[in-house]
Design a protein around this ligand. Sequence first.
Ligand code: ZN
Length: 65
Amino acid sequence: MFCEMCFTRGGYELKCVSCCAHLVLKTRPDKIRAQAMLHHIQKYPQSPKRGEILKIVQEAINAGI
Ligand SMILES: [Zn+2]
């Protein structure tokens, strides 16, 4: 799933799992910041589930991004 922000990178859409994963990936390799970012994202009622975000984060890491 992608949103307009994914392509323009003018910002981040917290309803978009891809944007959320990008935000988490930006914190690497700081795991504490990553957890804080996930926590922050989860505060939004329409945000994707933590597991969905982490799945994309893991895929990106596996792909070497
Ligand atoms: Zn997006």
